[in-house]
Write a protein that binds this ligand. Structure first.
Ligand code: CP
Ligand code: NVA
Length: 320
């Protein structure tokens, strides 16, 4: 183990961290973002290397981790299934043993959650989930930072996470990796998710890994899910890996398009978020995603700031 690791942690799902750690991370993200905006050099990860393994496509995850690591003084190695032995059936455990002897940190985007767990179990260094079929914790980190920036009071300790208690997030669409992660965040941070999915695409609390099902409520009609919501959010109808179901999904999800009517029944100052990439005219209208309540570009940018805080935390622990 390299100097600097006292306790190795992985970040494989949102519930891997406690509320108090999130308060710390969001404050670090705020400070790190401020430095970036002021063109102040901040390179605590000099000589550290991040391996990024992509078994699915990506724009935001790749750019945010890669740019973030370079900005912090480190470097990155980019691997895909197609250009590594991962695509030629080398066991994931062997890949983990080898890669983690050469780098300081690994980010993986893959299919089953069990795959990243197997990798982590054989890794000498921290592993970050960059999206699996079940979870997308880095995205929810960015979404929460964005919500806090826009809506939470800022005090001496940072954004007031307590202000999330009692808030309502409306999830309109597929009971997918994003929905599962929202549920975990709600359980830890004390807000409620109003979930509306077509039948057959519901969230499964066992897959989401939530113990307390009072962190979410299910609505048949997406309009009812949006009523009174502080944040309305959605995602693609067909996630990566489910392309064979695309035709059936287009039919099933036709009424799960976030539109002006849904935004009108939410709180007057409700925000709209989408992890992107978006399909205007499918899960959201152009009017909503390009409208005044949408914060999707801040949300995308915040991937980088919050992941810089995450990498710093996993590699160096608490600063100061
Ligand atoms: N939101 C997100 O993870 O985007 P990419 O698929 O482009 O990485
Ligand atoms: N649910 C989507 C998110 C993409 C960032 C997917 O898994 O493809």
């Amino acid at each position: 183990m390299k100097p600097g690791y006292s306790l190795m942690r992985h970040y494989l799902q949102f519930k891997d961290f406690r509320a108090e750690e999130y308060a710390y991370l969001f404050e670090r993200a705020r400070v790190i973002k401020q430095r970036f905006k002021n063109y102040e050099k901040y390179q605590p990860l000099t000589d550290r290397t991040l391996a990024m393994i992509f078994e699915k496509a990506s724009t935001r995850t790749r750019v945010s981790f890669e740019a973030g690591m370079y900005q912090m003084g480190g470097s990155v190695v980019h691997l895909t299934t197609g250009d590594s032995q991962l695509g030629r059936s080398e066991p994931i455990e062997d890949s983990a043993r080898v890669i983690s002897r050469m780098v300081d940190l690994v980010m993986i985007r893959t299919f089953e959650q069990s795959k990243i767990e197997r990798f982590a179990a054989h890794s000498r260094v921290p592993v970050i989930n960059g999206l699996t079929n079940e979870f997308h914790p880095c995205q929810i980190l960015a979404d929460l930072l964005t919500y806090l920036e826009h809506r939470a009071p800022l005090n001496a300790q940072g954004y007031d996470l307590g202000s999330l208690k009692g808030k309502v997030v409306a999830w309109v669409g597929d009971g997918n990796n994003m929905a599962n992660t929202w549920l975990q965040a709600a359980e830890i941070l004390g807000f409620t998710v109003h979930v509306s999915t077509p039948s057959g695409y519901e969230v499964d609390p066992a897959v989401a890994g939530v113990r307390d099902t009072s962190c979410y409520r299910v609505f048949k009609n997406p309009l009812d899910a949006c009523r009174g919501a502080h944040l309305v959010t959605t995602d693609v109808w067909t996630s990566m890996g489910y392309e064979a179901e695309n035709e059936a999904r287009i039919k099933a999800f036709a009424d799960w398009c976030v539109d002006a009517e849904m935004m009108a029944v939410a709180q007057p100052d409700a925000l709209f978020m989408h992890c992107l990439p978006a399909h205007r005219g499918e899960e959201v209208t152009a009017e909503v995603i390009d409208g005044p309540q949408s914060v999707v570009w801040d949300e995308a940018e915040n991937r980088m700031h919050v992941q810089k805080a995450l990498m710093e935390y996993l590699l160096l622990g608490r600063i100061g």
